[in-house]
Design a binder for this molecule. Structure first.
Ligand code: MV4
Length: 479
């Protein structure tokens, strides 16, 4: 593998190219007209403009990207996350054009892209799943009987959905039919597929996901868990590894279950198996994400691995040389996604010009960044600017360093999730590890940031006043 095209932009494009460079592999960037001067374009050995700003005219144009790859003698395409990363047709088109898709085979993407097909695939492996009906609902009366049996509240999910899209909680039988009809029409509108199914609603779960890595020789590893319960509207904001609530026994059980999920679809490359964990530490398989995830750095840090390097190695046919027994968790890592969003205004995108943009630096601080000072943030894409990751021997150390790094991260011109991050990392519930997916809803309201900022301003004023009095003394003494 001599040349890789990265079919993505922003921090993840750069992150992938860094590893390619380290491995002596040439890189090709693709970009849209608004990204002409973007850092990922400058970073690559070669770069090709593939179209207009909307991703439908550029980063989502699979055939165009394959054309570019062929014309530049590219051996492999890394899709990053988002865009074409979980598009089975694109993976298949790569396969058909003799370009290595750095990811699983199109078949695995297709199976895991449908939650119902995923449930079907793992059936024979005894993976714990939430009680429910694991086929598309066609008869509402029959479904009602099933829902009664499962017990309310139940959750309606769209098979083609993901990341929480198309979900509906139904509290009682009276609402069942109306909610079901709404869910079906929503699923048709959003995914062009009206298949929905029902599950028992787990009311206060944690979101724990397991990183897996598979080669083409039958080896599958689990690289432990990430705790991703701090989300808002199904958008993760803070992740950490390891989770503070898994015992070594539970970790092993979940890891082994994740490996079986990967096995069930003949998985290749990096994948993530999502589980819910309830109050009694029961875990349930939810879905598998067939890509490298945004939050992969926390896993890299605690396992001392480079997941992109492993992806590339298995994509070119190498066997994994690491054995499960060799893998160990060392230390603790936390990550904050720095979005150009206004946490005081319902997290609305706050795109604009980066007047000031200075990153924190230091030992045990990693910033996976896609922007620089003076740039405009395009409105066309996900507003994530960077990921701030810190590491420590203990969770407490990693969190303490994170708070310092947030203070050393200077952004002017747009609002960001940095102050929100500080709020979470200082919060007692987060510190104690006693939280679930309802954290943000439960504890966060816009005014807490104002209160926090006022407190900081007061402290700053007191410090300044003290300094002023001290200076006065010196002035007086010197007269
Ligand atoms: C659930 C659930 C409760 N019960 N399934 C949301 C994202 C998607 N991957 C699955 N999700 C959920 N599925 C059952 N049977 C609660 C959620 C859920 C959630 C899961 C993980 C992280 C944050 C969440 C926020 C709300 C709901």
């Amino acid at each position: 593998m001599k040349k890789i095209l990265v079919a993505n932009r922003g921090e993840i494009a750069i992150r992938v190219m860094k590893t390619a460079q380290k491995m002596g592999i040439k890189t090709v960037a693709v970009y849209s007209t608004v990204d002409r001067n973007a850092p990922h374009v400058k970073f690559a050995d070669e770069a090709v403009c593939i179209g207009g700003a909307p991703s439908s005219e550029s980063y989502l144009l699979g055939s165009k990207i394959i054309e570019v790859a062929k014309s530049l003698n590219v051996d492999a395409i890394h899709p990053g996350y988002g865009f074409l990363s979980e598009n089975a047709d694109f993976a298949e088109e790569c396969e058909n054009n003799n370009i290595i898709f750095i990811g699983p085979k199109s078949k695995a993407i297709r199976v895991m892209g449908s939650k119902l097909a995923a449930k079907e695939a793992v059936k024979e492996y005894n993976i714990p799943m939430v009680p429910g009906v694991d086929e598309a609902i066609t008869d509402i009366e029959k479904a009602k009987v099933a829902a009664r049996k499962i017990g309310f509240p139940i959750l309606i999910k769209a098979s083609a959905g993901g990341g929480g899209k198309g979900m509906r909680v139904v509290e009682s039988e009276d609402d069942f039919e109306a909610q079901m009809n709404r869910a079906i029409s929503e699923a048709i509108a959003a995914f062009g597929d009206g298949s929905v199914f029902i599950e028992k609603y787990v009311s206060s779960p944690r979101h724990i996901e397991i990183q897996v890595m598979a080669d083409s020789h039958g080896n599958i590893l689990y690289l432990f868990e990430r705790e991703c319960s701090i989300q808002r509207r199904h958008q993760k904001v803070i992740e950490e590894a390891p989770s503070s609530v898994l015992s070594p026994e539970l970790r092993k059980k979940m890891g082994e279950a994740a490996v079986l999920v990967a096995k069930s679809c003949d998985y290749l490359g990096a994948g993530t198996v999502e589980f819910l964990l309830d109050e009694n530490n029961n875990f349930y398989f939810l879905e598998m994400n067939t890509r490298l995830q945004v939050e992969h750095p926390v896993t890299e840090w605690i396992t001392k691995t480079d997941l992109v390097e492993l992806q590339i190695r298995v994509a070119r046919g190498e066997a994994l040389i690491i054995k499960q027994e060799d893998l160990q968790i060392k230390g603790h890592a936390v990550e904050l996604r720095v979005y150009a969003e206004d946490p005081m205004n319902d997290f609305l995108p706050s795109v604009g010009h980066l007047d000031v943009y200075q990153l924190p630096i230091g030992e045990n601080i990693r910033v996976d960044n896609g922007f620089e000072q003076g740039m405009d943030i395009p409105i066309y894409y996900d507003p994530m600017l960077a990921k701030l990751i810190t590491y420590g021997e203990t969770r407490e150390e990693a969190i303490q360093l994170m708070i310092k790094a947030i203070d050393d991260y200077h952004v002017e011109g747009v609002q960001t999730t940095l102050p929100f991050g500080k709020f979470v990392f200082e919060h007692e519930a987060f510190r104690s590890g006693n939280f679930d997916t309802h954290f943000v809803k439960k504890y966060y309201y816009a005014d807490v940031l104002k209160i926090q900022m006022n407190k900081e301003a007061e402290i700053a004023a007191i410090v300044a006043l003290k300094q002023y009095f001290e200076d006065q003394k010196i002035v007086r003494l010197s007269i």
